[in-house]
Design a protein around this ligand. Structure first.
Ligand code: DAT
Ligand code: MG
Length: 137
Protein backbone atom coordinates (compact mmCIF):
# COMPACT_ATOMS: atom_id res chain seq x y z
CA UNK A 1 0.00 0.00 0.00
CA UNK A 2 1.20 3.51 -0.78
CA UNK A 3 2.17 5.51 2.29
CA UNK A 4 0.43 8.75 3.22
CA UNK A 5 1.01 11.44 5.85
CA UNK A 6 -1.29 12.97 8.43
CA UNK A 7 -0.93 15.83 10.89
CA UNK A 8 -1.47 14.71 14.49
CA UNK A 9 -1.71 17.10 17.42
CA UNK A 10 -1.63 16.13 21.08
CA UNK A 11 -3.65 19.13 22.23
CA UNK A 12 -2.87 21.20 25.34
CA UNK A 13 -5.22 19.05 27.47
CA UNK A 14 -3.38 15.90 26.45
CA UNK A 15 0.02 17.41 27.24
CA UNK A 16 -1.19 18.88 30.56
CA UNK A 17 -2.66 15.52 31.61
CA UNK A 18 0.52 13.61 30.83
CA UNK A 19 -0.91 11.65 27.91
CA UNK A 20 1.92 12.27 25.43
CA UNK A 21 3.48 8.86 26.05
CA UNK A 22 0.13 7.06 25.80
CA UNK A 23 -0.72 8.68 22.46
CA UNK A 24 2.75 8.12 20.99
CA UNK A 25 2.67 4.50 22.20
CA UNK A 26 -0.62 3.87 20.40
CA UNK A 27 0.73 5.40 17.18
CA UNK A 28 3.86 3.24 17.37
CA UNK A 29 2.05 0.03 18.32
CA UNK A 30 -0.29 0.51 15.36
CA UNK A 31 2.78 0.47 13.10
CA UNK A 32 2.64 4.10 12.02
CA UNK A 33 5.88 6.11 11.83
CA UNK A 34 6.48 9.55 13.37
CA UNK A 35 8.52 11.49 10.79
CA UNK A 36 8.44 14.93 12.49
CA UNK A 37 7.61 16.04 16.03
CA UNK A 38 7.71 19.31 17.97
CA UNK A 39 6.44 20.69 21.30
CA UNK A 40 5.22 24.26 20.86
CA UNK A 41 2.57 26.77 21.91
CA UNK A 42 0.50 28.12 19.01
CA UNK A 43 -0.17 31.80 18.43
CA UNK A 44 -3.74 32.84 17.58
CA UNK A 45 -3.04 33.34 13.86
CA UNK A 46 -1.63 29.84 13.44
CA UNK A 47 -4.54 28.38 15.39
CA UNK A 48 -7.08 30.24 13.22
CA UNK A 49 -5.34 29.07 10.04
CA UNK A 50 -5.33 25.47 11.23
CA UNK A 51 -9.04 25.56 12.13
CA UNK A 52 -10.12 27.84 9.24
CA UNK A 53 -12.88 25.43 8.16
CA UNK A 54 -14.59 26.08 11.53
CA UNK A 55 -14.32 29.90 11.47
CA UNK A 56 -18.08 30.44 11.23
CA UNK A 57 -18.99 27.92 13.95
CA UNK A 58 -20.25 29.13 17.34
CA UNK A 59 -17.41 27.28 19.11
CA UNK A 60 -14.60 28.82 17.01
CA UNK A 61 -13.40 31.41 19.55
CA UNK A 62 -13.30 28.88 22.39
CA UNK A 63 -11.54 26.40 20.09
CA UNK A 64 -8.80 28.95 19.30
CA UNK A 65 -8.51 29.90 22.97
CA UNK A 66 -8.19 26.26 23.99
CA UNK A 67 -5.65 25.22 21.35
CA UNK A 68 -3.42 28.21 22.21
CA UNK A 69 -3.77 27.72 25.99
CA UNK A 70 -0.52 25.78 26.47
CA UNK A 71 2.07 23.61 24.77
CA UNK A 72 0.92 20.98 22.30
CA UNK A 73 2.80 18.27 20.45
CA UNK A 74 2.62 18.49 16.66
CA UNK A 75 3.60 15.42 14.63
CA UNK A 76 3.64 14.24 11.07
CA UNK A 77 2.69 10.56 11.07
CA UNK A 78 3.25 8.33 8.07
CA UNK A 79 2.06 4.92 6.96
CA UNK A 80 -0.44 3.06 4.81
CA UNK A 81 -3.77 4.93 5.02
CA UNK A 82 -2.32 6.92 7.93
CA UNK A 83 -5.17 9.47 7.91
CA UNK A 84 -7.90 6.88 8.45
CA UNK A 85 -5.66 4.77 10.71
CA UNK A 86 -5.05 7.64 13.12
CA UNK A 87 -8.71 8.78 13.07
CA UNK A 88 -9.51 5.21 14.14
CA UNK A 89 -7.06 5.40 17.04
CA UNK A 90 -8.51 8.80 18.06
CA UNK A 91 -12.18 7.77 18.04
CA UNK A 92 -15.20 9.97 17.38
CA UNK A 93 -15.02 13.74 17.94
CA UNK A 94 -17.45 13.57 20.88
CA UNK A 95 -15.50 11.60 23.50
CA UNK A 96 -18.68 10.32 25.12
CA UNK A 97 -19.58 8.66 21.81
CA UNK A 98 -15.99 7.55 21.10
CA UNK A 99 -15.58 3.83 21.71
CA UNK A 100 -13.60 2.62 24.71
CA UNK A 101 -10.20 1.53 23.42
CA UNK A 102 -9.77 4.74 21.45
CA UNK A 103 -7.76 7.73 22.70
CA UNK A 104 -10.82 9.92 23.15
CA UNK A 105 -13.00 7.04 24.36
CA UNK A 106 -10.49 6.13 27.04
CA UNK A 107 -9.49 9.60 28.24
CA UNK A 108 -12.07 12.34 27.66
CA UNK A 109 -15.65 13.48 28.27
CA UNK A 110 -15.87 17.00 26.81
CA UNK A 111 -16.08 17.62 23.06
CA UNK A 112 -13.97 20.78 23.43
CA UNK A 113 -11.17 18.89 25.22
CA UNK A 114 -10.72 15.72 23.23
CA UNK A 115 -6.94 15.17 23.53
CA UNK A 116 -5.92 14.83 19.89
CA UNK A 117 -6.33 16.15 16.37
CA UNK A 118 -5.87 14.13 13.20
CA UNK A 119 -6.31 15.36 9.64
CA UNK A 120 -9.50 14.11 7.97
CA UNK A 121 -8.51 13.87 4.26
CA UNK A 122 -5.40 14.02 2.05
CA UNK A 123 -6.08 17.68 1.12
CA UNK A 124 -6.45 18.78 4.72
CA UNK A 125 -3.39 16.74 5.73
CA UNK A 126 -1.14 18.48 3.21
CA UNK A 127 -2.62 21.90 4.09
CA UNK A 128 -2.14 21.34 7.83
CA UNK A 129 1.36 19.84 7.50
CA UNK A 130 2.41 22.99 5.59
CA UNK A 131 1.13 25.17 8.44
CA UNK A 132 3.03 23.27 11.14
CA UNK A 133 6.19 22.16 9.29
CA UNK A 134 6.53 24.59 6.35
CA UNK A 135 10.21 23.94 5.69
CA UNK A 136 10.20 20.16 6.11
CA UNK A 137 7.61 18.71 3.72
P1 DAT B 1 -12.29 16.41 14.70
O1 DAT B 1 -11.31 17.01 15.69
O2 DAT B 1 -12.77 15.06 15.15
O3 DAT B 1 -11.79 16.42 13.28
P2 DAT B 1 -14.00 18.64 13.95
O4 DAT B 1 -13.03 18.91 12.85
O5 DAT B 1 -15.44 18.52 13.60
O6 DAT B 1 -13.59 17.33 14.77
O7 DAT B 1 -13.88 19.80 15.05
C1 DAT B 1 -12.62 20.30 15.41
C2 DAT B 1 -12.58 20.46 16.91
O8 DAT B 1 -13.52 21.45 17.30
C3 DAT B 1 -12.98 19.21 17.70
O9 DAT B 1 -11.90 18.32 17.88
C4 DAT B 1 -13.45 19.79 18.98
C5 DAT B 1 -14.09 21.12 18.56
N1 DAT B 1 -15.54 20.95 18.38
C6 DAT B 1 -16.17 20.30 17.37
N2 DAT B 1 -17.49 20.35 17.50
C7 DAT B 1 -17.72 21.06 18.64
C8 DAT B 1 -18.89 21.48 19.34
N3 DAT B 1 -20.12 21.16 18.90
N4 DAT B 1 -18.72 22.18 20.48
C9 DAT B 1 -17.50 22.51 20.95
N5 DAT B 1 -16.35 22.17 20.32
C10 DAT B 1 -16.47 21.44 19.20
MG1 MG C 1 -11.43 17.98 12.00
Amino acid sequence: TVSERTLVLIKPDGVARGLVGDVIGRIERKGLTIVAMDLRTLDADTAKAHYAEHSSKPFFDSLVEFITSGPLVAMVVEGPRAIEAFRGLAGLTDPVKAAPGTIRGDHALEIGENIVHGSDAPESASREIKIFFPDRF
